[in-house]
Design a binder for this molecule. Structure first.
Ligand code: ADP
Length: 581
């Protein structure tokens, strides 16, 4: 028989060759292919296969060398019900299955049937072990007839199974190393990408910080931030919402968005919709508070429509930009309020200058007139008696009038100061308006006639007696009528009316000729304020009259307002009447 021709030397050579190949190659499939082919040829048998077990002890033929004419078993799964109970244990112990004749061997019928199905007449089975684990089997099938296996052949197969075991271990280790390598490589790539992104983001953050901090303009700060952040993170939406003054809602003011994305400008932000106050990881929306040391000023929002989650470094960049915005915003707002203060101060300064020049002028004019009257009075002393008396009376009147003007101005200043410091004392009295008011207005008659103005007084017939601070009421009426005379042109009309409703006295003083622009209406009650270029007849003034009037009215528990339209200006005063009846 050919098998008997196998010499130990040939066996050793074969084992050495296969062992060498195993060391050369890491391709298990290749090693097994050549092993089964060489063994089949050397032992001149009909089929050599490698059978590999799965964890449930089913298995499959993974490698095969078979002579033509015999059925091929490659990829077949044996279904031998008695295999698990009868064979696994001996194989696990490394024992060899040696059957020289299937027909006469003491094997289970099911086993015999299965072998006969594959035309096997004699077989030799050697376990392939991985440590203590049974990995598979190296199987020789002799099909052309029975065959007693020699010890030499059995030894050879055992040696080979050992080598195959080494090859399997080696290739599994190799595969493991490969897997580790590729995981490591992916990790390195991922980390490199992250580091690159962090570097890029650090760069971007420093650019945004510079741009944002360089600006003291709130709009520029936030518009720059949303645009740059939106572009760097390649999001569909990036917006900045700011709280209103009452801090009740945050409204979207600035945004960067891709085409087709809906704008949220002007809309109040619903925080719950954007995921609460803090950004949640793995979201396609991010909400980051813009805050400074005093609290939250608004929010930066990021959103995109894909499912891509914001990475930790993207979230960090967003938070850092929001922090920078908070600082820059506080800076811009401080600057803005400082600017407003500067403007207010310069306005006050201008008003003070104008007041000083007006007061000086107002104080000097009566003085000049008085000096002139005194000089004339002196000259007049030498003249004839009758003439001297007439002229003297005239000059004394001038002196009297100018003194009155001076005293009026000084009184206004003092009263305002008393009202401001709470030291004003009202003088309560009771009067009948019907008799009292015409007397108060008498001094204006001559002036109105001289300036050819029309005057009309309208008093309700059923006016009750007025009980209250009569002297303040007189100051209010005199000041308003005086202003009406001052600012009404010749041929213009002045009207005053007084009525009483539900315990309130209602005074109205109107005049034609000068209209106060709407924007200036409220300012006329400010101290020292004079409407620019609204004194065409150069009547002069200090801007104190209406401030005093308003203070007095408020002191009496009333209100004053002004309307001006259609070439007519009206002052409306309401004061309570403390008349018990
Ligand atoms: P002034 O000493 O300048 O008259 P007021 O406080 O009395 O100061 O008035 C403030 C400004 O309001 C005036 O300078 C004038 O421009 C405007 N004004 C006041 N009363 C009238 C009025 N009856 N008609 C038109 N303008 C008026």
């Amino acid at each position: 028989m050919e098998s008997e021709a196998l010499l130990p030397i040939e066996q050793e050579r074969l084992v050495t060759r296969i062992a060498w190949r195993i060391r050369q190659s890491l391709d298990l499939g290749n090693i097994l292919d050549t092993t089964v082919a060489e063994v089949r040829e050397l032992l001149d048998t009909d089929r050599v296969v490698v059978y590999r077990f799965s964890t449930d002890w089913t298995g499959v033929v993974t490698t095969e060398a078979v002579l033509p004419g015999w059925p091929a078993l490659i990829h077949q799964q044996f279904e031998d019900v008695c295999f698990t109970s009868n064979y696994i244990h001996p194989y696990q112990e490394g024992r060899v299955g040696n059957i020289s004749n299937i027909e006469s061997a003491p094997i289970q019928p099911c086993h015999r049937e299965m072998l006969q199905r594959f035309a096997v007449r004699a077989n030799l089975v050697v376990p392939i072990l991985q440590g203590v684990t049974l990995w598979g089997l190296l199987i020789l099938h002799h099909c052309r007839g029975p065959r007693p296996w020699t010890d030499l052949e059995i030894n050879l197969l055992q040696d080979l199974a050992l080598q195959v075991g080494i090859a399997i271990q080696q290739s599994e280790l190799y595969a493991q190393v490969q897997r580790l390598n590729s995981t490591l490589e992916t990790q390195v790539q991922e980390r490199t990408r992250e580091l690159r992104q962090i570097l890029e983001f650090t760069d971007v953050l420093s650019q945004i910080t510079h741009r944002v901090r360089d600006s003291l303009d709130e709009r520029h700060v936030l518009q720059t931030a949303v645009e740059e952040l939106g572009q760097v993170l390649r999001v569909d939406y990036c917006g900045a919402a700011l709280y209103n003054l009452e801090h009740t809602k945050a409204v979207m003011h600035y945004e960067y968005l891709r085409p087709q994305v809906r704008s949220l400008l002007g809309e109040a932000l619903i925080l719950e919709e954007w995921g609460g106050t803090l950004p949640q990881p793995e979201q396609t929306r991010l909400l980051m508070p813009i805050q400074d040391d005093r609290g939250v000023l608004g929010y930066l929002l990021l959103g995109h429509h894909s499912n891509r989650a914001f990475s930790p470094s993207e979230q960090q960049l967003g938070r850092q930009v929001a922090n920078q915005c908070g600082i820059a915003l506080r800076q811009a707002r401080l600057y803005q309020s400082a600017q407003t203060q500067v403007q207010e101060l310069s306005h006050l300064n201008q008003m003070k200058d104008e007041f000083l020049s007006a007061v000086s002028h107002e104080l000097r004019t009566p003085m000049t007139n008085m000096k002139l009257a005194i000089r004339l009075l002196k000259l007049n002393l030498g003249e004839r008696e009758l003439e001297a008396q007439t002229k003297g009376e005239q000059y004394l009147k001038i002196l009297q009038d100018e003194c009155d003007r001076e005293i009026h101005l000084i009184n206004n200043l003092l009263d305002l100061q008393r009202l401001d410091s709470g030291q004003f004392t009202p003088q309560w009295d009771q009067i009948r308006i019907q008799e009292w008011l015409p007397a108060v207005l008498t001094p204006f008659q001559e002036r109105i006639r001289e300036r050819e103005q029309g005057f009309h007084l309208d008093l309700s017939a059923d006016l009750p007696p007025f009980v209250g601070d009569v002297s303040s009421l007189e100051r209010v009426i005199v000041e308003l009528v005086n202003n009406a005379c001052k600012y009404t042109p010749s041929q213009g009309r002045i009207s005053a009316s007084l009525s009483c409703r539900e315990g309130q006295f209602q005074l109205r003083v109107c005049n034609t000729g000068v209209e106060i622009p709407q924007g200036e209406l409220e300012k006329v009650f400010e101290k020292f304020y004079r409407v620019p270029s609204a004194d065409p007849w150069k009547q002069g003034g200090t801007g104190l009259g209406l401030a005093l009037v308003q203070k007095l009215v408020q002191y009496m528990g009333g209100e004053i307002s002004v309307t001006s339209s259609g070439n007519q200006t009206c002052f409306h005063v309401h004061v309570p009447n403390h008349n018990p009846g």
